[in-house]
Design a protein around this ligand. Structure first.
Ligand SMILES: C[S@@+](CC[C@H](N)C(=O)[O-])C[C@H]1O[C@@H](n2cnc3c(N)ncnc32)[C@H](O)[C@@H]1O
Length: 249
């Protein structure tokens, strides 16, 4: 199935190439930098135990509400339609106190669905099937039924779930793309990630933008270059991006 949201850096166009690199045997699957979860949602189940994590608290609150309270969230979204005023109200209400998790999740969902390039800030004018999208939350809830959902920094997550039989899929913010995420991922975080991965007992598969710094940081591991179309590519401007798939097996 497809993810229910778009997200900056989402792996919609690369997920097949990533999954085809998965090893044969693993009994726990951990998606460390979850975002829209395109790789998770692509399969009915990757392993008997699945963990999905992101440090973004609003995003994880949305996942938990979709998983545990899909009907209540759908009801809260009943009043939602595509309007500029409502979009900016959702932004204005994002930091006010006294809202339930479901009310917060609905407003965050509205920002994701109605923003340009999922930047959560600029209103995007285009027709959408919001009713269909809201109905789809039931299927998403079923897919998430047995998935453990976490909201911690990657280093803690890796330590907690590391076993020889584990497969970690990691899709950190691109190198030098700090400005696109509210929880900034700085050069020292990329190094912290590399160090955490050197200590790992399980298997990992990591996706990154292709740049000399990352190739240098992971020399000694299996590194494969892959190309994908840019999300904003058109017939007249078929922009392509190079990405890296890095593995310790
Ligand atoms: C490139 S996106 C992941 C996209 C995802 N693979 C998809 O298909 O949509 C990177 C994600 O890492 C999260 N993130 C940033 N810093 C983090 C940290 N220290 N620990 C865990 N997640 C983090 C961001 O909130 C963002 O959602």
């Amino acid at each position: 199935m497809n993810s229910y949201i778009s997200w900056i850096g989402g792996k919609k166009l690369l997920k097949k190439k990533i999954i085809e690199q998965f090893p044969e045997n693993f009994d726990r699957y951990i998606e460390v930098f979850g975002g829209a979860g395109w790789v998770l949602f692509d399969k009915d189940r990757h392993a008997p135990m699945e963990v999905f994590n992101d440090i973004n608290g609003d995003l994880i609150n949305l996942y938990r509400c979709v998983k545990n309270h899909p009907e209540a969230l759908q009801k809260e979204l009943d009043w939602m339609f595509v309007s500029r005023e409502q979009f900016f109200d959702c932004i204005a209400q994002s930091d006010i106190r006294g809202m339930t998790d479901i009310q917060r999740a609905a407003r965050f969902y509205c920002r994701i669905k109605s923003s340009f390039g999922t930047d959560l800030r600029s209103f995007s004018v285009r027709p959408r099937d919001l009713q269909g999208a809201v109905a789809y939350l039931q299927e998403v809830s079923k897919r998430l039924n047995k998935v453990v959902i976490e909201n911690v920094d990657f280093e803690r997550l890796v330590k907690t779930y590391d076993r020889e039989s584990a497969l970690f899929y990691l899709d950190p913010p691109y190198y030098e793309a700090e400005k696109y995420y509210p929880d900034r991922f700085m050069p020292e975080d990329h190094e912290r990630l590399r160090d955490a991965l050197t200590r790992i007992r399980g298997k990992f598969i990591l996706s990154y933008n292709d740049c000399p710094e990352i190739r240098e940081m992971y020399k000694g591991y299996s590194i494969k270059g892959v190309e994908r179309q840019d999300n904003l590519a058109t017939k007249t401007n078929p922009r392509r991006y190079s990405e890296l798939i890095i593995k310790n097996y």
